[in-house]
Design a protein around this ligand. Structure first.
Ligand code: 4AD
Ligand code: MG
Length: 482
């Protein structure tokens, strides 16, 4: 009779022993001698391995020879209480089938420390490491928590288009989508490319944000959120930027800026608490990894808090709420500014904040997450609501330790005349945005929303140092492998 496979996560929780079990997985390590072999087997269901004890009297030598790191096995045996320390139960193998061998001369993942740079080059195999399997399980858990949070609140998940004809952020850093012949595109009389002959009959790009379409949904359904891939062709080779990243964008009718901040703060705390509640094993592993990594750093660069301390700190503290204007004052008078330690010195009101400034506010000055609001209109997008001072807009960014901006959002300009004037000022063609303006022409209401960069959240909850290591296949300038 065919035995049913049990997942290793279930076996390790098992309170009874003595029965025969059947597991499948990949060999992490094998050690032992000519009398006995200990195989650490992992099937991805948990960070923890199950120990398979293989006696050469039971398991033929030609089979054991193929049991090497990376090989895949089907094992049947008795589940017994473990004599060794480190695990409660282990399997005494009766049969082992090698499903797929992994030539130890060629298999690139050996049981030693590989650098993250090296692992990025073999991103097709790195999910088989402890670190990346933990990250991928946590990515799943965080995605699930996103949906659960909004579902509990009665928000509707809306699928906004990936291919768009508009530039939501007005930053112009978009990837073109075209089927035109790159060598020989149809030209207009003035020599420019004739996109009317392109697939969609117009210029199209990959979306930088689902917000504008999300607003259309919110102004009908009340509260929606999007959760999808977004694309930005900015040439930022930093540890916090990807060319393809996932963004969560809730959009809410009848919310003002304060309601928006309240929701964003509650949302972030919910996600972090979810990680603490549901990812304990993976978090414990990642916490230890971070500790080991920091041992190699000079003492003054090590963080005072462990990974889970940092997570708890976010859940337990009210985020500091400050206006851009107050922040500029703090930064202008700060020590690093006076001592010219900032790469971009704060000259005065109106300059955009760099991540060094954001991190100073969060890590040094307030020492907790900060919500900055009411930025100068010149440094923000056209759709943000004008404040009464006519100088600032109802924007809000949430800044996190070690990251800087994790959330960007605003109350939207719902007044047709003001929005339309802003668009003219900023050179945004009205014809292409007529559909967007219709929401302000017909039944307009105050509304707000924000965007959470999913990978920035993942950096925070996993304690990883580089955004390339919290997405399975990172897309960055010069790199679109796999
Ligand atoms: O601040 P951003 O550009 O805001 C928007 O796109 C708005 N439409 C959101 C809204 O109001 N609905 O981006 C939002 C967040 C940032 O705070 C950051 O976390 C993340 O998206 N983000 C990136 N993450 C990774 N790589 C990049 N290149 C990113 N650019 C933005
Ligand atoms: Mg932003």
């Amino acid at each position: 009779m065919k035995m049913r496979r049990t997942k290793i996560s279930a076996l390790l929780k098992s309170t009874s022993t003595g029965m025969d079990v059947h597991v499948k997985g990949w060999v992490r390590t094998k050690r032992g001698n000519k009398h006995v072999n200990f195989i650490a087997l992992n099937d991805g269901s948990t960070i923890n391995n199950i120990q398979v004890v293989a006696d050469p009297n039971t398991i033929p030598e030609n089979v054991l020879k193929l049991v090497t790191t990376g090989a895949s096995l089907a094992v049947t045996g008795q589940l017994v209480e473990s004599q060794g320390s480190g695990q409660a139960v282990e399997i005494h193998a009766k049969t082992i089938d090698v499903l797929g061998a992994a030539d130890p001369e060629k298999y690139p993942l050996q049981p030693k420390k590989h650098s993250f740079e090296f692992l990025r080059e073999i991103a097709h195999l790195r999910p088989r490491t402890n670190t990346f399997s933990a990250i991928l399980r946590m990515r799943h858990a965080m995605s699930f928590a996103v949906h659960q949070f909004f579902n509990n609140k009665g928000f509707n998940y809306m699928h906004t288009p990936i291919i768009t004809g508009s530039d939501a952020e007005g930053a112009g850093e978009m990837f073109r989508v075209t089927t035109l012949d790159a060598k020989n595109p149809p030209l207009k009389e003035d020599g420019s490319v004739d996109f009317s002959e392109d697939f969609f009959g117009k210029e199209t790009n990959l979306t930088v944000s689902g917000q504008l379409e999300g607003e259309l949904g919110a102004l009908a359904l009340g509260e929606i959120y999007t959760f999808g891939p977004t694309f930005r062709a900015e040439n930022s080779n930093t540890t916090r930027h990807l060319a393809e990243f996932w963004m969560i964008e809730p959009e809410m009718a009848f919310y003002d800026l304060e309601d928006n901040m309240d929701l964003a703060e509650e949302f972030l705390k919910y996600l972090v608490q979810y990680a603490l509640d549901h990812c304990a094993d993976d978090l414990a592993f990642l916490e230890k990894r971070l500790l080991d990594e920091e041992k190699n750093k000079p003492a003054n660069e090590r963080s005072a808090m462990s990974l889970t301390d940092k997570l708890r700190f976010v859940v337990e503290n009210k985020f500091e709420r400050v206006s851009y204007t107050e922040a500029i004052d703090i930064l202008r008078n700060s020590n690093p500014n006076k001592k010219k330690k900032f790469q971009y010195p704060i000259e005065g009101w109106g300059t955009d904040l760099q991540s060094e400034h954001e991190r100073y506010l969060v890590e040094k000055h307030f020492q907790k997450p900060v919500i900055l609001s009411d930025y100068p209109k010149e440094i923000k997008a056209f759709y943000m609501r004008m404040n009464d001072d006519n100088k600032t807009v109802a924007a809000m960014d949430i800044l996190f330790p070690g990251i800087g901006e994790i959330v960007g959002g605003s109350q939207r300009e719902e007044r047709l005349d003001i929005l339309s004037a802003r668009m003219t000022e900023m050179g945004i063609p009205h014809e292409e945005m007529d559909w967007y303006l219709d929401t302000r022409r017909f039944g307009t209401v105050p509304h707000s929303g924000f965007g959470l960069g999913f990978e920035r959240l993942m950096i925070f909850v996993t304690g990883m140092g580089n955004i390339r290591d919290v997405i399975p296949f990172p897309r960055t300038p010069g790199n679109a492998e796999f």
